[in-house]
Every structure is written in C-alpha cells, then in structure tokens.
Ligand binder design. Structure first.
Ligand SMILES: [Mg+2]
Length: 443
C-alpha cells in the first residue's frame, strides 16, 4: 500500500477515429462525411486501486489533431495533483484551467481549448465517481446542494441566476428524490432516436428504420434536413407515413440556414407536423433563434450541441429563443459547466433534451439527465435523451436501451471508458482500422 496520498502520475492522450464516413452514418446537411472521433484522455494515479479517470472531446475527423494537442497543453496542471483533493473539488481545477492567462486568449471559454478543459474535467468526474464506487448520476443526485453549488462558476450568470436561486432549486430537487430514483432504476430515462434520419440514407432505408424505431418503443425520431427542400418534403412525408400520427418527428438542419430561409423551409415541412426544428441557423445567433421561434410556432426551436458555454445558454433563455435546450456533455467545460446549464434550464422551466450520438456522447450525457430528473427538475415530461445506435460496442459500459428508454447505469464512473482493443484498433493513423486505408483497402 502507498504510504503517501495517491497522486496523478500520468496524463495519456490518444487520437481515436472511427471510419464512419464509409457508410454515411452521421451524415447531415453540413457534415456530409464525418469520421466520428474522440480526443481521448486518461488520468492515471499511483493508488493501489488501479482506478483511472477517462474523458474525451468528440470531433468528426481531422480536427482531432488540434483537439489532442489542446489536451496535451493541460498536462502540467494535472501531474502531481492529490487525487482525493482533486475528486473532492473538481471546480478548483476548472478555475485553474479556465484561468490560464495565455491559453484563455484562444477563447475565452469557447472552442478547442474549452473542449479540452471539458474532456479533462469529465475525466476527473469519472475518477471521482469510480473512487466513490457509484455511477456519476448517483454521485450528483446524492450530493449536498451546498457542495453542488460550489462546483458551479456563477461568473456572468447572476443577472439571470444567482447562487441563492440555484440553492433553492437544488434544495427543492431533493424533495421526493428517493421515489424518483426508484422510478429511474425501474423504468429508465426516455430516449428518442436519430438513427433512421441521416441524410445519406435512401427513402427505403429511412422508412424501414423509422418503422423499426416505433417497434422498438421510441416515441420520437429525428430526421436531418437542409440540403434540398423538395427532398426534405418527400423524406418527411415518407417518415410520417411510416410512423403514423402519434409519434413525434424532430428535424435537424445543423446550422444550414439564414433566418428567413429557416422560417420558410420549416413552414414548408409543417404539413407533416415536425415537433422541433433543431439548429436552424448559427449556434451563436441568439436573436436569430428567437426570430425563427416566433415565426415557426407552434413548431418548437431546439439548439445546444454547438453552444459554446453557459453564457450563450443564458442569453438563449433570456431572449426566449428556444423551446428545448440540447446540452452536450463534451462541448462545454465538463460536468461543472453543465451543472450551470441544467440550473439555468430549470430556472427558466425549459426542458433539456441532450445532444448525443457521436462517440460516447450517449454514454456520458445520460448521467446528467438522470441527475436532473432525480434531484433537480424532478420530471421527464417532454424530456428525452438523443440516442444513436453507433459505436457503443467500443465502450466497457455501453448504454443499455430498453423499450425506448436509457437504463440507469449501475457501474461506478461516467461510462467514458473505451475498450483497450478498440483504442488500439482506432488510433489514427496507425491502428488496424486505418492501416487498411494506407494499403488501399477498406474494412
Ligand atoms: Mg443536431
């Protein structure tokens, strides 16, 4: 047994890429040929328990070079830290990383550096939950409101949400939490599926997968739109015919349009009763989203997967620009900043339907929604986590979907850990999945 307190002794990074563009999985109007990728980080300690913290930023290909380099820049802050102290207060590390005066110039709190910080912080939270022997959602749900409050950076938020407001929300969230935890363990958390709707799929595949989604228990599916209006009308008609009137169909433009085009295109799809239009325009255009929302109602407006930090989420809510908030586990500054986003959403009464898919985003974000249900908003009404059935087999504790619901994870941690053999096979460009390319072969 170690005589001194365990410390962080290694920060290993990996450039992991999956050749998803070969099947057009993940294709949309702005991203026709993504290779789903993870800039992956592993925090090792010298503790006898052998536990390590795993985290990652999701990218879709060549950007992974930059993302891994950004995580590498944070290594000096981590090496030598006391593991117990780090896990007891991830916010202290968050303040240090966000506050690096030279790296901060690249943001602040946005883009590649911020995603790197998010990957590292999520790895810390994975380690913290493993050391506590509980899944992350349970660690958060059982935490004292005052401690959760200490994990949130309220800078730039207090005109909309004060620490006192947040404390009140967290205390109220504790009421009835045990009953909701029992429901969660029994039933799971509602999911919707994007798998039928990738833009690269033909109508036959779309209809077949849409019917399958309903048979599998999903109450909502999502279609990518925005490349060709006539195609979208035909595809939405096909999907509506496949699923019938009782199933929600969301549509997702992935930032394709200017505001007037977003309004016109969404209205053209209205006869097929789309539930929400997602990312109709630039993720930075708060007032643009508000304008689209005013003009396409009652179709809802959703965004968030590219919202870079809590400040933009605050403004989207202040401006009445969104009906549905789609936080992403790996876009902002980790669990700490997503706690702020969940508190903002609860304060404004806007439902959170997280973005997921990619590599491991489903695995991560389920923990945030489950915490929100058990101990913050206290409801799953009009709330669903996105589900995409790709790449889960590469994770040690993959998500488990049952009858259209995410099953509550029971394994300690954040479900972020890739299988060692999957890491080895997908390291770019030397892993087996990529070495074939070099020889002119495909998988
Ligand atoms: Mg989307």
């Amino acid at each position: 047994m170690s005589t001194s307190a365990p410390r962080i002794v290694a920060v290993d990074t990996y450039d992991i890429r999956f050749p998803t563009s070969r099947e057009l999985d993940g294709s949309d109007a702005m991203n026709p040929d993504p290779d789903y990728s993870a800039a992956y980080v592993l925090l090792r300690t010298d503790a006898d328990d052998g536990l390590a913290g795993h985290g990652f930023a999701f990218t879709i290909g060549r950007g992974n070079d930059v993302q891994v380099a950004a995580i590498d820049l944070l290594r000096p802050y981590l090496l030598g830290l006391d593991a117990a102290a780090l896990c007891a207060d991830p916010a202290a590390l968050s303040r240090t990383l966000v506050g690096d005066s030279q790296l901060r110039w690249l943001g602040p709190e946005k883009g590649v550096m911020h995603m790197a910080i998010g990957a590292v912080l999520n790895a810390v939270w994975d380690l913290a939950a493993k050391r506590a022997g509980v899944p992350l959602w349970k660690l958060l749900a059982d935490a004292e409101p005052e401690w959760l409050l200490s994990q949130v950076d309220f800078r730039y938020l207090t005109d909309a949400l004060t620490p006192a407001d947040a404390l009140e929300l967290l205390r109220r969230g504790k009421e009835g939490a045990a009953g909701r935890e029992a429901v969660l363990r029994e039933r799971g958390y509602p999911a919707y599926t994007t798998s039928p709707g990738w833009l690269g799929y033909d109508d036959e595949k779309l209809a077949r997968l849409a019917e399958q989604a309903v048979a599998d228990g999903f109450a909502q599916i999502k279609l990518k739109v925005g490349a060709d209006r006539a195609d979208d009308v035909r595809r939405l008609r096909t999907a509506r015919a496949a699923v019938g009137p009782g199933i929600r169909i969301a549509v997702d433009a992935n930032q394709r349009w200017d505001v007037p085009e977003a309004v016109a295109w969404t209205r053209a799809l209205a006869p097929f009763d789309p539930y929400w239009i997602e990312e109709p325009t630039s993720p930075d255009d708060i007032l643009g989203h508000a304008e689209v929302r005013r003009r396409v109602a009652p179709i809802k407006v959703a965004t968030g997967e590219h919202v870079q930090n809590r400040v933009v989420f605050k403004q989207l809510l202040q401006a009445g620009a969104i009906d549905v908030l789609q936080l992403d586990a790996a876009r902002v500054g980790g669990v700490n900043e997503n706690l702020a986003v969940l508190l903002l959403a609860a304060h404004y009464g806007v439902p959170v339907c997280p973005h997921a898919g990619g590599v491991g985003l489903c695995e991560l974000v389920q923990h945030l929604s489950m915490f929100d249900y058990v101990a913050l908003s206290g409801t799953t009404e009009d709330r669903m986590i996105e589900y995409v059935d790709h790449l889960h087999q590469h994770f040690i504790t993959p998500v488990v979907i049952r009858d259209g619901h995410y099953t509550a994870p029971t394994a300690p941690g954040f479900c972020a850990e890739l299988r060692p053999e999957s890491i080895a096979a997908h390291i770019h460009p030397t892993g087996a999945a990529w070495a074939a390319d070099a020889k002119g072969l495909t998988e």
